[in-house]
Design a protein around this ligand. Structure first.
Ligand code: ACO
Length: 318
C-alpha cells in the first residue's frame, strides 16, 4: 500500500504587505528585496490565526478529495507558530472541521514540516495503521518576526496549505529527511516574547548567508539522493516543488542539477517564505490553476531550521 495525494487546499490572510510598506518600516527597498529574494509581497494575519487558516485549507482539501471529515483517521499539522502551546493545532483543526474519529498531533520541523508529515503519513499507510490522513502546514510567522530586523522581516509571510492522503494499491516512493543539529544556531527562535508580550529577544534570528549556502549545497544533494533511492532519473520529474524561501536559492538548485528552471514553479513572489506552509500552498495553487495533471511526477524538497533538509517523490493522481 502507498499513500496518494487525492485533494489539496490553501488559505492565506487577506492583508497584503508589499515591499514598499516594508521600506517604510526598515531601511530597505523594493528593488533590493526583489533582486536578493524574488519576493514582491506577502500576506500577514489580522483576524486569521494558524488554526483558522489550517482549518480552511483542510476543508478545501477534503472537498477536493470528496472525503467527509468523519472519514479522516489522522491529522498532522506542521507548524512552528501555533496559536497556543496546548492543545496542539491539529486538535483545534479537528474541532473546527468535525473530524471526530481522527487522532491528532503537531510536527515541529520548521520548513521541513510538511515533508516530515508527508513521510510520516506514508509510513502509517504502509504499516496498515491508517488509510485516510490529512496533513497540513500552517504558519503565522509574522508573530515570530522582528519587524525591526531588515535581515529577516523581508523574508517571511503567513498562510496554510493542506493535502489529503489516501491508501492505494501499489508501491510508493521513499522520502528522505536529514538534520544537522550542530548547525542549529544559524536559524533560531526562542519564542520568549510569547510570555511577556514585550520582550523582543524571542524572535527569529538568522545567519542569512549560512542558511543560503547550506540550502544551495544540501538541496541538490538530497534531490539526487532521493532519485537514486527510488531508481528514478532527473528527466522523469515533471515539477520540482521546492520550499519557497528565495528565488536565487531555487535558481541555484536548478543550475546545480542542470535542470530547466521552468520545472521549478514559484509563488514566493506573492507569499514570501511561509515555512511549513510553502510546499502545500504551492501544490494547491498548481492543482487549482491546472498546471499539475494526473500522471505528473513531482519531487518535493525542503530545507530550514534545525538545520534540516529532505525530499520526497509523488505521482500526481488527481
Ligand atoms: N535591505 C537592504 N539591505 C540589506 C537588507 C535589506 N533588507 N538586508 C541586508 N542588507 C544588507 C546587509 O547589511 C549587507 O550590507 P553590507 O554589505 O554593507 O554589510 C548587504 O545587504 C548584503 O547582505 P547579505 O546578508 O550578504 O545579503 P544576501 O545577498 O546574502 O541576502 C538574504 C540576504 C536575502 C537574507 C539571503 O542571505 C537569504 O535569502 N538567505 C537564506 C535565508 C532563508 O532562506 N532563510 C529561511 C530558510 S529556513 C525557513 O524557511 C524558516
Amino acid at each position: 500500500m502507498t499513500g496518494r495525494i487525492c485533494g489539496t487546499g490553501f488559505c492565506v490572510p487577506h492583508r497584503v504587505m508589499d515591499n514598499e510598506e516594508l521600506a517604510r518600516m526598515v531601511e530597505t527597498s523594493d528593488e533590493w528585496i526583489r533582486e536578493r529574494t524574488g519576493i514582491a509581497k506577502r500576506r500577514i494575519i489580522t483576524e486569521e490565526t494558524t488554526v483558522s487558516m489550517a482549518a480552511e485549507a483542510a476543508k478545501q482539501a477534503l472537498a477536493d478529495a470528496g472525503i467527509a471529515a468523519e472519514q479522516v483517521e489522522l491529522i498532522m499539522t506542521a507548524t512552528i507558530s501555533s496559536n497556543v502551546i496546548l492543545p496542539c493545532a491539529a486538535c483545534e483543526v479537528q474541532k473546527e472541521i468535525g473530524a471526530l474519529s481522527a487522532a491528532c498531533f503537531d510536527i515541529n520541523a520548521a520548513c521541513c514540516g510538511f515533508l516530515t508529515a508527508y513521510q510520516t503519513a506514508q509510513a502509517y499507510i504502509e504499516a496498515g495503521i491508517y488509510q485516510t490522513i490529512l496533513i497540513i502546514g500552517s504558519e503565522s510567522l509574522s508573530k515570530l518576526t522582528d519587524w525591526k530586523d531588515r535581515g529577516t522581516c523581508i523574508l517571511f509571510g503567513d498562510g496554510a496549505g493542506a493535502a489529503v492522503l489516501k491508501a492505494g494499491e501499489g508501491e510508493g516512493f521513499r522520502s528522505i529527511l536529514h538534520s544537522d543539529g550542530g548547525r542549529g544556531e544559524a536559524l533560531t527562535c526562542s519564542g520568549k516574547h510569547w510570555k511577556s508580550g514585550e520582550d523582543d529577544t524571542g524572535f527569529m534570528k538568522m545567519d542569512g548567508r549560512e542558511v543560503f549556502q547550506f540550502a544551495v549545497k544540501r538541496v541538490p544533494e538530497v534531490i539526487r539522493e532521493v532519485l537514486e533511492l527510488n531508481h528514478c532519473s532527473l528527466e522523469e520529474i515533471d515539477y520540482f516543488v521546492v520550499h519557497q524561501a528565495n528565488r536565487r536559492i531555487i535558481e541555484s538548485v536548478a543550475r546545480r542539477l542542470g535542470t530547466d528552471v521552468q520545472k521549478f514553479p514559484m509563488n514566493l513572489q506573492d507569499y514570501g517564505n511561509t515555512s511549513s506552509a510553502s510546499i502545500p500552498i504551492l501544490l494547491a495553487e498548481l492543482r487549482r490553476n491546472g498546471t499539475l495533471k494526473k500522471g505528473d511526477r513531482i519531487l518535493m524538497a525542503g530545507f530550514g531550521a534545525g538545520l534540516s533538509w529532505g525530499a520526497g517523490i509523488a505521482d500526481w493522481g488527481i
